[in-house]
Design a protein around this ligand. Structure first.
Ligand code: ATP
Length: 542
């Protein structure tokens, strides 16, 4: 073992001999059989074994800290992953909208995840209940009955919505064309009906937000919002779906036109999720399925030459063999037309089942004699050309679905209607024993009216006929104005798109965790590198 030159008397000098030792010239790295050993020589040149223990590398603080960090990191990641993937009980919020239509009232219950308000396509229909009996406008002579009629469905709503959510659940009642007509006819009576429904709704534990009559424009616009919200069209600046709604007393057409809207009354502007929309909308009061039947029959009764004797009203829109006594009052009990003086209180409604004549008679209810704009639908109402796809719902769907006409071409639709209308009434009843006779008797008329309204009124052609999709529901929710109304009143469709975080919450947590671990590892590596270089620096100095 060579002595170091720097060895001072009495000082113990330590020299490291490497396994592949070089300068020392010692044989290999072994000293008396001890590998990678430390040998000490005192000033007297005597060599002896040092009193130093070789450390277990796992006991070094750096390694312990490193291992601890890694263990904590792994435990944290596993815990987060377990918690993240645990199925959490979903918390919902609820809203109730009553559609008080001319023919009946429906109660719609909507639900949405409590933490996801303002996200498109999130609100869903949970439940719907049809109120027994006629619409609230039919209670004009007995206004209290209107409120009472809602009780069964509202009790059902109480069951459907968890009790702890009742007090925060908004309830809205919107009345449509039936109440619009009653207001025109008898304003105080319509007020009394509204007071009655309000009193009834306030007895429930929900958050009552009001009962009012919607304007035709609102009904059209909210129907358009509903179908486009459910189709998730509102967030994308791409195309929207026009809305065609056929009720019992009114019908609405609403879409984004490709040309200027020439009449102020037909224009509605929206800003939804940061996109601007200018909608064309029109509601034809008295052109719902029930009212237009009255208009058409009234027209026929009016044109009967002899009104002094019992009238047998021959109607091409009803099946051959259909024969029913009806009251004159049942036809003229509407503010949509003036009554006609007839000697008798009743008449016999007789079907002849002739589709061509039926369409001719229906055309008479559209006044196309004047148009103060560049183009009109009927009755002097401006209509831009119908562009794009349309969703047709309510009675558009009920009727076309019954007649199996939802997917046919224009010509096929006409042909099938012709055959259907000429089918004897007896056969129709036999074929559909479970359908209400009132509905059953009117499908020929209603189908012909729908075709005529769309073709003559709205100017759809055989070429774009299939741009009309007859729809009842989109997903689980009914197409109609109610959902759009609630979304608007609860501010669930903001004008501006809400800011979205860069990444979803789970992704964010994972990213932060991995990134933190990486930094810790890098720090430790840097520390170890620093230690090693300081040691080798010391060795060089030595
Ligand atoms: N299954 C069906 N078959 C045929 N017609 C139906 C069916 N169900 C409902 N109807 C009729 O369709 C029409 C439209 O019904 P809807 O409930 O949409 O109108 P409403 O809300 O009462 O009317 P409005 O919106 O004009 O006030 C009504 O005349 C109704 O009687």
């Amino acid at each position: 073992m060579p002595k170091t030159e720097a060895s001072a008397p009495g000082r113990i000098c330590m020299q490291l001999t490497r396994a592949h030792g070089t300068a020392s010239g010692s044989k290999g790295s072994h000293y008396k059989g001890i590998p990678l050993s430390l040998a000490l020589s005192d000033t007297g040149g005597n060599t002896h074994m040092p009193d130093v223990k070789v450390k277990n590398p796992w006991h070094r603080p750096v390694v312990i800290v490193l291992v601890a960090f890694i263990a904590v990191g792994i435990i944290t990641m596993v815990s987060i992953s377990v918690v993240q993937h645990k199925p959490l009980p979903q918390k919902y919020k609820y809203g109730i909208v009553l559609d008080a239509g001319s023919s009946h009232t429906s109660v719609f219950i909507y639900q949405w995840p409590a933490e996801k308000e303002n996200n498109t396509g999130m609100v869903q229909q949970l439940h719907t209940c049809n109120v027994k009996g006629k619409g609230i406008s039919s209670y004009s002579a007995n206004p209290n009955g209107a409120g009472t009629s809602l009780q069964e469905c509202m009790d059902e709503a109480k069951q459907k919505i968890p009790a702890h959510r009742h007090s925060e659940t908004p309830v809205y009642l919107g009345a449509t064309a039936g109440m619009r007509l009653l207001k025109m006819e008898d304003d105080p009576a319509s007020e009394k009906v509204l007071v009655s429904v309000e009193r009834s709704l306030k007895t429930y534990p929900f958050s009552y937000q009001g009962a009012r009559i919607l304007s035709g424009q609102e009904e059209g616009a909210f129907g358009w919002i509903t179908v486009n919200y459910l189709n998730e069209n509102l967030r994308k600046p791409t195309g929207t779906l026009g809305a065609l709604d056929l009720g019992g007393a009114s019908t609405q057409i609403t879409f984004v036109p490709q040309q200027e809207i020439e009449s102020y009354d037909n224009s509605i502007d929206f800003r939804l999720y940061g996109n601007d929309y200018q909608l064309y909308t029109h509601s034809f009061l008295c052109y719902g399925k029930d009212q237009v039947l009255k208009l058409s029959m009234g027209e026929k009764l009016r044109s009967t030459p002899d009104k002094t004797h019992h009238i047998e009203l021959k109607d091409p829109c009803f099946h051959p063999g259909y024969n029913l006594s009806k009251t004159v009052q049942s036809v003229f009990d509407t503010p949509c037309m003036q009554t006609v003086n007839m000697q008798n209180e009743t008449f016999t409604h007789v079907g002849t089942g002739n589709w061509v004549q039926c369409q001719e008679s229906i055309r008479k209810v559209f006044n196309t004699s004047h148009c103060p704009y560049s183009s009109c639908s009927f009755n002097g109402v401006f209509l831009p050309s119908v562009d794009g796809n349309f969703g047709a719902f309510s009675a558009f769907y009920f009727v076309m679905d019954f007649l199996n006409l939802t997917n046919d071409s224009f010509d096929k639709t006409k042909q099938k209607l012709m055959t259907y209308c000429s089918t004897p009434w007896k056969k129709i009843v036999e074929n559909h024993p479970r359908i209400k006779e009132k509905y059953l008797s009117e499908y020929c008329f209603a189908g012909t009216y729908i075709l005529t309204l769309l073709e003559d009124g709205y100017k759809f052609t055989p070429e774009n006929w299939n741009d009309i999709k007859f729809i009842k529901k989109i997903g689980d929710s009914d197409a109609g104005w109610t959902l759009g109304y609630m979304l608007n009143l609860t501010n669930m469709i903001p004008a501006e798109d809400p800011d979205t975080p860069l990444m979803p919450h789970g992704g964010y947590v994972t990213f932060m965790l991995l990134f933190s671990l990486l930094i810790v590892v890098l720090l430790l590596m840097a520390y170890m590198y620093f230690r090693r270089s300081t040691r080798s620096g010391q060795k060089d100095i030595v």
